[in-house]
Each structure stands twice: as structure tokens, then as C-alpha cells.
Design a protein around this ligand. Structure first.
Ligand code: 9Z3
Length: 346
């Protein structure tokens, strides 16, 4: 008899870019394993649950992917190769510093002549609206040097740019993206299969906010749900718990860290403990929605350690992920020593 997770993979087809991503994952893992480097798989952002096969509407969740994107930068600093498996268009390492208007605010339009003001440039631009883009750009080039970095922005950009370039030059960061909960599981399993041969050197840091409920593909209407037949009744079903096959079958020797999110403080630690007892992985990072930026609790079968930022640290912009990742890396190293793995290459 097949299990619920096997049925899930039997019913839901892989995403269209699946084979490309699988090749990228395989190449990345083999390369870093050859160099004896530890690899962390970070999952980040929320999954969607489509309500129609030709999807117009879907159920989503709050996660912007901050935890995952910030953590990826700290894992790179600790010498890990990072697979960043994230929700398409959620925050990503390095670029997260310049999301929204931040990047444009750091740039200035440089005027060429002493008599050309920003207003002149804007007016010239509007006059050329009906022309081709090529023509518009040629006019703009005559009057200004576009996109010069403001002097005080150099201090902000330079360190991030250097760390970004270093990570890419070392080939230490791989991005793979998902949207739906089914895409997420296909990618997760493929990544685990590629990581399995890294043994205890591999870490899973499962920070994505994964939906617990979904509509299985064989219950999905093909077309957009119509409103003229009245309010629809949508029956969600439970998503199979993938942590069980992940820990027992896909990556049995990896250091697996899952995240537990609650809004009721009273449920947080008991639920984290229950997950550890059920799945027998290494650690659950427990966090509450309202306080997740300054408080997390690292729960293991025998211990529980709170990481709490002070008011001053929050004010100074300290990332809780700096402390969280530092502590997890320390424990991962201890674990590898116990397993007899030689010191990884820095
Ligand atoms: C987390 O708990 C993450 O820390 C957050 C990060 C999603 C809260 P943001 O993206 O938030 O920085 O805004 N992730 C795990 C959430 C989750 O779905 N956990 C499942 C559960 O709680 C277990 S896998 O049952």
C-alpha cells in the first residue's frame, strides 16, 4: 500500500522547470562535495495553494522570506555552500537590501551641463514619450548621466556588493524557485536526493512557511470559479507531512533543522517538542508570529535555548539570524565531530 506522500507525488506533476533545476542541484552538490564543503539547503518564503487548475486564485500566506534570505548571507559567511530554495519573487540574499524603492533612492541623475536641471530632464523625457525607446534613451543620454550612486550610498552598497560578488565568484550560492506547495515538495525531494551523499556535512534549514492545507489536483476545477452560481464551498485537505520521509529516507544522515510557527505562545514549545518526538530530527526553531524578529527558541530533544535581542540590538538593526545561524553552525560542527567527519574546508 502506498503512503500519503507517495500518493501526493503520483497525483501532482513536477513543475515545468523541474529537470533544469534538478541538473543545477546535482552539479552544485557534486562540486561542493568534491571540495569537502558543507552545504546547507535553506527553504524560504511561503507556498501557494491553487484553487483552480488554470490558476486565477490561490491561497497564500504572510511570509516574505526575510528569515531565509538573511540566514543565507550568514551561512555564506560561515563558509557554507548555500542552496537557496525560495518562493518566486520573495526576498533573496543580497538584493533584499535594495528591495522596493531603496535602490532607486540610492541613485542620482547626474546633469551634464550647468543649465540643465532635473525638471528640464523630466520635461525632455515627457516630450519624447511618443518616440521609440531607443530615441528616448538617446535624448536622455545627451542631457544626463543616468544612475550615478549618491556618495553617502557607497557605504551601504559597497559591503553588500563585495559579499555578493565573492559568493558568486566562489559559485557558493544556488537559487531555485517554487510557487505552489506541490512545486515546493518536488524541489525539496530532488534537493534532498542530491544532498544525501554529503552525509552529516549537509544541513537542512527549513524556514519556508509551507501550507498545511491544499486542494488535491484531482479535486481542482479546471477553469476559473464563477461567481454567478453562488459562493463556492472549498474543501481543503491536509498536506502530507513530508518531514517523515525526508528524515527517514531522503537524507537520513543530514543535520535537519525545521521551524515551528505559532501565534499562541502556549502552544509553541509543546508543538516544537511534539515535532521532534515524531520526526526524530535534530532541532526545531520555535518562533511566534508577533515576536519572530527578536525572539526564537532552539529546541532539541534534551535542551531548549532562547535567543532574544535586546531593545538596543533591535534598534541598532541587529539581525537575529546572525545569532541563530552562528549557534546552529556551532552545533552542526559538534555533530560532525561526533560523526567523525574531518573539519570542512573554510
Ligand atoms: C518559520 O517559522 C519562519 O521563521 C517564518 C519567517 C516563516 C516565521 P518571514 O518569512 O517569516 O521572515 O516573514 N517557518 C516555518 C513555518 C512553518 O510552516 N512551519 C510548519 C509548522 O509550523 C512546520 S514545517 O507547522
Amino acid at each position: 500500500m502506498s503512503t500519503q506522500w507517495e500518493d501526493f507525488f503520483a497525483i501532482h506533476l513536477p513543475p515545468t522547470d523541474f529537470e533544469d533545476n534538478r541538473s543545477l542541484l546535482r552539479e552544485f552538490c557534486e562540486r561542493h562535495e568534491r571540495h569537502g564543503r558543507c552545504i546547507v539547503l535553506i527553504t524560504s518564503g511561503g507556498t501557494t495553494v491553487p484553487l483552480e487548475y488554470n490558476t486565477v486564485r490561490f491561497v497564500d500566506n504572510f511570509s516574505a522570506g526575510t528569515r531565509g534570505a538573511v540566514s543565507a548571507e550568514y551561512f555564506l559567511e560561515h563558509g557554507y555552500a548555500v542552496i537557496f530554495m525560495h518562493r518566486l519573487k520573495s526576498l533573496e540574499p543580497f538584493t533584499r537590501h535594495f528591495s522596493g524603492q531603496k535602490l532607486l533612492d540610492m541613485l542620482d541623475i547626474q546633469e551634464r551641463g550647468p543649465n540643465t536641471t532635473i525638471t528640464d530632464i523630466a520635461l525632455r523625457w515627457f516630450e519624447t514619450q511618443a518616440e521609440s525607446e531607443q530615441y528616448q534613451v538617446s535624448v536622455l543620454k545627451k542631457v544626463c548621466d543616468i544612475a550615478a550612486l549618491k556618495p553617502d550610498s557607497v557605504d551601504v552598497l559597497a559591503p553588500v556588493l563585495l559579499r555578493y560578488k565573492a559568493a558568486h565568484a566562489a559559485g557558493a550560492l544556488l537559487h531555485v524557485a517554487f510557487t505552489t506547495v506541490s512545486d515546493y515538495f518536488w524541489l525539496l525531494r530532488a534537493a534532498c536526493e542530491c544532498l544525501a551523499s554529503s552525509g552529516p556535512c549537509a544541513m537542512l534549514y527549513l524556514a519556508a512557511a509551507v501550507s498545511d492545507f491544499y486542494v488535491p489536483k484531482d479535486h481542482l476545477p479546471t477553469h476559473k470559479i464563477q461567481s454567478d452560481t453562488g459562493a463556492p464551498i472549498i474543501q481543503l485537505q491536509l498536506v502530507p507531512k513530508m518531514l517523515a520521509p525526508l528524515v527517514n529516507l531522503w537524507v537520513p544522515s543530514a543535520y535537519v533543522v525545521s521551524f515551528k510557527l505559532e501565534t499562541d505562545e502556549n502552544l509553541l514549545i509543546p508543538k516544537a517538542r511534539a515535532a521532534l518526538e515524531k520526526y526524530k530530527h535534530k532541532m526545531v526553531v520555535a518562533n511566534q508570529l508577533q515576536t519572530r524578529r527578536h525572539r526564537v527558541v532552539l529546541v532539541t530533544p534534551k535542551t531548549s535555548q532562547e535567543i532574544l535581542l535586546t531593545r538596543e540590538e533591535v534598534h541598532a538593526g541587529t539581525d537575529i539570524e546572525c545569532l541563530l545561524v552562528g549557534e546552529i553552525v556551532r552545533r552542526h560542527k559538534e555533530h560532525m565531530q561526533l560523526e567523525g567527519v574531518p573539519e570542512p574546508v573554510p
